[in-house]
Design a protein around this ligand. Structure first.
Ligand SMILES: *[C@@H]1O[C@H](CO)[C@@H](O)[C@H](O)[C@H]1NC(C)=O
Ligand SMILES: *[C@@H]1O[C@H](CO)[C@@H](O)[C@H](O)[C@H]1NC(C)=O
Ligand SMILES: *[C@@H]1O[C@H](CO)[C@@H](O)[C@H](O)[C@H]1NC(C)=O
Ligand SMILES: CC(=O)N[C@H]1CO[C@H](CO)[C@@H](O)[C@@H]1O
Length: 436
């Protein structure tokens, strides 16, 4: 009879195996980390982080996992931009056309605005439950090391991954008798309402807030208002809205975003404050922080009201949130063409994925992942579409056109019949039987 292990021995032995296993996993885990990210990349990331992270006056831990650092307004990342070394902060816009327009509004419009202000006030950011940034500071979402490590390159982090161009698309205009050549900001993929042909100094819209599915970690989906100028191969744009962008934000929450570029997203521009450029003045809204509540089908329509406009005195491009918070601006020093005005405005959705035009198509949704639903609003929708040209007040653009480059995947529906104020519905699921 061979020697038999007692129960006690067996348990002890198993314990050892488990401990050894844990040690091995730990050992290879560490090795894996080192192998996965080269020493050079780790150093590069650390250098970038020390450049990005400014000393915080106060830090707020948000229950959604984000850390918000309150940074001295004069030490914000924008001043790392070589063109902004001597920049003097403009603390508030010198002119606000939304206020100007109020006097000419009808009683109905005033009530409507009040309702909108109330509902948009309800869309806020979760970090504010856990504290606030004092006056004289700005809330900055802390960028974690792992986001940068996972980015394809430290330089690419926070940028748009594709270099978009603006192909010239000819449309038969619906409201004018001449054919127009429309500059579309080509993205991977878009479903938009656009206007051009005038000099635009501002654009505004009420964007319904959803959390669409994002299929792969390097896909993203946004809904936004965007002003553009410059040649189609290297256009300049400023935009604002919401985004679900796991590779930039590390999760799939819907977040408030601003974005800019001066070369069709080839080498310049990025989301929020990840590269220097945007000068923030508000201590209330953190760029890139989550927003809530999110709309649910047939529920209350939560929306963000975004207004991007040029200050007539300083030429700064301001971003206003919820018709009352002026978040900050892009100084004219960043631009060439946009220094003067914008030549086109777009409202709508954009999806980026490396799996577009491939089979299977990405399942990343636009809007809320449904095709345009002008009846129940159970899709992406932008209302109260306004532009600001050389006249004093905000108005609906005189000419608009819709554009969808993959209408079987993401479509558009411009609803203007029987409506005093036209509405733009857009979006879709991506992959579906019509979009294999
Ligand atoms: C900032 O000011 C200094 C001193 O007046 C000047 O030499 C420099 O060129 C300025 N930089 C920019 C970007 O304007
Ligand atoms: C944040 O605030 C919420 C609500 O007041 C609270 O339940 C939560 O514990 C706080 N979280 C942190 C990390 O302080
Ligand atoms: C618009 O372009 C189309 C195609 O190029 C052409 O057939 C049509 O006549 C043009 N319409 C006008 C009003 O110029
Ligand atoms: C339509 C479009 O813009 N397609 C581009 C999407 O992005 C991929 C990857 O960068 C490009 O190869 C496509 O041309």
């Amino acid at each position: 009879m061979g020697k038999q292990l007692s129960w006690g021995g067996l348990i002890r032995l198993r314990g050892m195996v488990i401990i050894l296993g844990v040690a091995l996993i730990g050992y290879f885990g560490v090795l894996g980390e080192v192998n996965m990210f080269s020493k050079q990349k780790v150093l590069e990331v650390e250098r970038k982080l020390s450049q990005l992270r400014k000393p915080a006056v106060k830090s707020i831990q948000s229950e959604d996992g984000d850390t918000i650092d309150c940074i001295d307004i004069y030490k914000q990342p924008a001043f790392d931009h070589p063109a902004l070394k001597n920049h003097t902060i403009q603390m508030a816009p010198s002119y606000d056309p939304t206020k100007e327009t109020q006097s000419t509004m009808t009683k109905f419009e005033r009530l409507e605005r009040k309702r909108n202000q109330q509902s948009s006030m309800m869309v806020t950011q979760p970090w504010k439950k856990n504290g606030s940034c004092p006056q004289g500071t700005i809330p900055v979402r802390r960028i974690r090391k792992e986001y940068l490590l996972r980015a394809s390159s430290v330089e690419a982090y926070g940028r748009k991954k594709h270099s978009s161009s603006r192909p010239h698309v000819s449309h038969e205009s619906s409201t004018s008798d001449s054919n127009r050549t429309v500059n579309v900001q080509q993205a991977n993929h878009s479903a938009i309402l656009l206007t051009e042909g005038y000099r635009y100094n501002g654009a505004k819209g009420d964007i319904k807030v959803w959390t669409p599915n994002v299929d792969f970690d390097d896909d993203y989906t946004t809904s936004k208002v965007c002003l553009i100028n410059g040649p189609y191969w290297a256009f300049e744009s400023v935009e604002s809205g919401w985004a679900v962008n796991p590779s930039v934000y590390g999760d799939r929450q819907t977040r408030f975003m601003v974005y800019w570029t001066v070369d069709g997203s080839k080498k310049t521009g990025c989301f929020d404050l990840t590269c220097p450029g945007f000068v923030q003045t508000s201590h209330e809204i953190a760029l890139g922080a989550a927003i809530y509540p999110i709309s649910v089908p047939y529920g209350l329509p939560y929306e963000i009201i975004v207004y991007v406009f040029k200050d007539p005195v300083t030429s700064n491009w301001w971003v206003q949130y919820g018709e009352k918070i002026n978040i900050g601006y892009w100084p004219p020093e960043l631009f060439m063409a946009l220094r003067v005005h914008a030549e086109a405005v777009e409202w709508g959705g954009e999806v980026y994925s490396a799996r577009v035009g491939t089979n299977p198509h990405t399942k990343t949704g636009m809007g809320n992942g449904n095709f345009p639903d002008g009846i129940f609003g159970d899709s992406g929708v932008i209302k109260r579409i306004r532009i600001h040209d050389n006249s004093a007040e905000l108005k609906f653009p005189e000419w608009v056109e819709t554009y969808a480059d993959e209408f079987n995947c993401y479509d558009v529906d411009y609803v203007s019949d029987y409506l005093e104020d036209p509405e733009f519905y857009y979006g879709g699921p991506g992959h579906n039987p019509k979009c294999p």
